[in-house]
Design a protein around this ligand. Structure first.
Ligand SMILES: NC(=O)c1ccc[n+]([C@@H]2O[C@H](COP(=O)([O-])OP(=O)(O)OC[C@H]3O[C@@H](n4cnc5c(N)ncnc54)[C@H](OP(=O)(O)O)[C@@H]3O)[C@@H](O)[C@H]2O)c1
Length: 324
C-alpha cells in the first residue's frame, strides 16, 4: 500500500505523520514512480511550520526525490518502466513511497549517480550552480562571503566558487563546521555567532568589502551582509534559516550602488530546457570531481519528524534523506 507523510496542520516536526494513500494510474504525460530516496530541505521546514503557505492542506510536502519509473502514461515518449529518475517539484508531493509525476519534471540519472545521491543533491546542487552563474557570475579574483558555509547548499557553493577562481570567506556556527567549510575550500572561516563578521570581512579585504554575499540565514545576518559589500557589491539572499528578513530602506543600497536579489530555484528550472542544462552541468561537476555526492543520514519515511528536528537543530552533517 503506498504511504505518504500528510500535513494536516502547520506546526513543529510532530505534525509530520504517515498515512496510507491511494494512487491512480498515470494519465497523459505522467509517470508513476516507486520512490527510493526523498531529499529533506529547509524549504520543507518552512512549509511544515507555516512560514510558507504554499502547500494547500491537507497535502504531501517535499520537493525532491528519486526512484524508479513503474508505469508511463499515454503520450510519454522519453521514459519507460524501469528508468531511474529524480526530480524537483515546486508543487510538492515528494514525501511518499509512490507518486504520479509529470514526465516533464523527471531527469534521467546517469549510471554513476545513485538515487540516494540524486535525492540528496539535486535541490542543493542546482541551487549552488545557479547562484555562481545565472544569479552572479563568479570569476577569478572575486572575494566572496558565504554564510552557513558548511551547510548543504553552502558547502557546494563554496566548492564551485573556489573552482571558478574566487577566494571564499565562510561563516559557520561551530568548530566542527569550520573543518567542513575549510574542506570545501574556504580560505577564511568566521564564527559568526561569536565574532563581528562585518568587522572581520572588512579586515580580511583591507576595508574594501566583498563583491558578493550569499546569505541563506536571513534575519540574523541580512543587515550585516549589506555592510560587508564592496562598492557595486551584490547581496544574494536565497534563504532565511534564522527567520524572515524584516523590511529595510531601499536607499541603504545607495551607500555603494549595491544590488539585492532574492532568487528561487523553481524559477530557473521551470522550462524543460533550463532544467536539462542546469542538471547536466551538475552531473558534469560530479563526473569531473568538482563536486561529490556526500553520504547523508537516512531516516525512514515515517520518521520525517526526526529528520526535520535534526535539520532545524543545526546539527545535521551532510544531506538528510527519507527512505520510503
Ligand atoms: N532560494 C532557493 O531556491 C533555495 C534552494 C535551496 C535552499 N535554499 C535555502 O538555503 C538555505 C540552506 O538550505 P540547506 O537545506 O542547505 O540547509 P543548511 O544550510 O544545511 O542548514 C541551515 C544552516 O543555517 C544556519 N543557521 C543560521 N541560523 C540558523 C537558525 N536560527 N536555525 C537553523 N539554522 C540556522 C546553520 O548553520 P550554522 O550552524 O553554521 O550557522 C544551519 O546548518 C535554507 O535557508 C534554504 O531555505 C534556498
Amino acid at each position: 500500500m503506498p504511504t505518504a507523510i500528510v500535513l494536516r496542520e502547520h506546526g513543529g516536526p510532530e505534525v509530520l505523520r504517515p498515512e496510507a494513500i491511494s494512487l491512480a494510474r498515470p494519465g497523459a504525460g505522467e509517470l508513476r514512480l516507486r520512490q527510493t530516496a526523498v531529499g529533506v530541505n529547509f524549504h520543507d521546514c518552512y512549509v511544515r511550520s507555516g512560514l510558507y503557505r504554499t502547500l494547500t492542506l491537507p497535502g504531501i510536502p517535499g520537493i525532491e526525490a528519486a526512484g524508479v519509473v513503474e508505469e508511463v502514461g499515454p503520450d510519454v515518449a522519453d521514459f519507460a518502466a524501469g528508468d531511474r529518475v529524480a526530480y524537483v517539484d515546486a508543487r510538492y508531493g515528494a514525501y511518499a513511497s509512490h507518486r504520479i509525476l509529470p514526465a516533464r519534471l523527471a531527469v534521467r540519472l546517469p549510471d554513476a549517480v545513485s538515487e540516494a545521491d540524486a535525492a540528496g543533491l539535486l535541490v542543493k546542487g542546482l541551487t549552488a550552480e545557479l547562484l555562481v552563474r545565472e544569479v552572479h557570475a563568479i570569476g577569478p579574483g572575486d572575494t566572496i562571503l558565504v554564510h552557513a558555509a558548511a551547510g548543504g547548499v553552502g558547502r557546494l557553493l563554496c566548492r564551485l566558487a573556489v573552482h571558478l577562481g574566487a577566494t571564499v570567506i565562510g561563516t559557520v556556527g561551530s568548530e566542527a563546521k569550520a573543518s567542513i567549510a575549510r574542506a570545501a575550500g574556504c580560505a577564511h572561516v568566521i564564527f559568526y555567532r561569536q565574532t563581528d563578521f562585518v568587522a572581520r570581512v572588512r579586515e580580511l579585504t583591507d576595508g574594501r568589502g566583498v563583491a558578493v554575499v550569499y546569505d541563506s540565514v536571513g534575519k540574523d545576518t541580512f543587515a550585516g551582509s549589506l555592510d560587508c559589500l564592496s562598492v557595486r557589491g551584490h547581496l544574494v539572499n536565497f534563504g532565511q534559516a534564522s527567520g524572515a528578513v524584516p523590511p529595510f530602506e531601499v536607499s541603504r543600497l545607495a551607500a555603494g550602488s549595491c544590488t539585492l536579489t532574492r532568487p528561487i530555484l523553481f524559477h530557473y528550472i521551470g522550462q524543460r530546457a533550463d532544467l536539462r542544462n542546469l542538471t547536466s552541468r551538475l552531473f558534469d561537476r560530479l563526473a569531473t570531481g568538482v563536486l561529490t555526492a556526500e553520504r547523508g543520514t537516512t531516516y525512514e519515511l515515517a520518521d520525517a519528524a526526526a529528520a526535520h528536528a535534526a535539520l532545524e537543530s543545526r546539527a545535521a552533517d551532510g544531506p538528510l534523506l527519507l527512505s520510503p
